[in-house]
Design a protein around this ligand. Sequence first.
Ligand code: FAD
Length: 486
Amino acid sequence: MGKVTGFLEYERTPPSKQDAKLRLQHYNEFVQAYEAEEVNREAARCMDCGVPFCMSGCPLGNVIPEFNDAVYKADWELATTILLSTNNFPEFTGRICPAPCESACVLGINKSPVSIEEIEKHISDMAFAKGYIKAEEPLIRTGKRVAVIGSGPAGMAAAAQLNKAGHEVVVYERDDTPGGLLNYGIPDFKLGKDIVRRRIALMEKEGIVFKCNANVGVNVELNTLLREFQSIVLAGGSTIPRDLPAPGRSAIGVHFAMDFLKQQNKRNRNFSVDQEAILATGKDVIVIGGGDTGSDCIGTSNRQGARSVTQFEIMPTPPKSRTENMPWPQYPMLMKVTSSHEEGCERGWGVNTKEFIQDENGNLKALKVVDVEWDIDKTGRPLNFKEVPGTERDLPCQLVLLAMGFLHPQKEGLLEKLGIELDNRGNVKAEEGKYQTNIAKIFAAGDMRRGQSLVVWAISEGRETARKVDEYLMGHSKLATKDGIA
Ligand code: FAD
């Protein structure tokens, strides 16, 4: 433990952000790195708990008290070693993880939790700057070949671990650039694409091959893959968005969030956008859906110069902060205010969409909505809702973005042709902990298996799956388990 009394002496230092007016003028990251003194103080706040709940809160099992100690002592090399022992890509999680570790931090019971995510970002930035993170080719090659389908964080983590074990890894990606949602989905202002490119370049140096514009099951023959590779990892993500089949859904100006976000990611790189441009400029925008994707639509709409941005969520208003009778560490979902909300947006909870109203040319001109009231059970769980009489209203808008989550992976093509069994939610069926599908040599990881989730879970599943593939190919594995045991 770095400083025994640190948690008593210091309050949490929130990372400084560029002023909202200034950051709305660009798409770059705007959260400033801690100064040396700030990160030292923040690490000193760690209580080094006997039972580190933060570690069990982290899907990767990051060894948080130990890296906090190393950071407090400014031993960046040791901090890097500890962090990389459980997490292949701390430069991603340090920027965009919702930090379940912080929700589980014991200091959070009485004070603000340790700012673990910012510390992680600081370690990874220092590690790259000082050359502690560098390409490391495996010393021996096993002669076995593994194909990874999908280059998001799950596919990347599986590839990195399998390559470390000495297997020859080829990653197939149907998009023009690797990275999955890190690349085409999550806006640049949350995660700069230079950060993703830097990691891909490093993995290529380590011997991993990325094949882009390679849609397996469409322009890449499955039989060739099955013949040429001893094992296959499916990491294609959860790509089918939830729709809102209200009257008028076909109005011009109603779009899925991902179509909108991906276009802006492409524009930022001067890549051509092959479909009709979806732009918020000068429009009244309504975002339907209150999660991360919805927030990213707000930030992007404001940067494009929307006239107004409103976000609706059908669920009831969540509590703003923790109250004393809430259980720890399993609080109910609290109201999340993201940096995109801070930049400007009206929010409404308990609002249902009744109709997309069109003008005579089929263009969207308004959204008919109504307030709803929820029946809540004893544990606070919303059960069902009814409309509040007299609250129906038409709200003028020219762009509606549907951000209500994702249902499951695409079945046509890859999964259907392979004959992969699906679970009752439509995700790839592969038991957690085993990750093997109904076809022995084929494994699955990330959103394609667990349903829409988080980057930290995708990395965790990619690592775990790699170990199972390694065991399948070699009879045993020396890759680290979640508990860090090799
Ligand atoms: P993906 O990242 O979806 O990658 C799958 C890849 O597989 C894609 O590139 C796809 O093109 C490719 N693919 C699919 N089928 C084929 C095929 N047949 N052949 C070749 N390639 C194929 N999580 C967070 O933790 N923090 C956030 O801030 C956050 N923000 C988000 C914002 C948005 C807009 C969205 C949509 C999600 C966000 N998430 C966030 C969730 C997170 O991005 C996902 O949980 C994570 O990316 C899942 O990783 P994955 O590797 O399983 O799949």
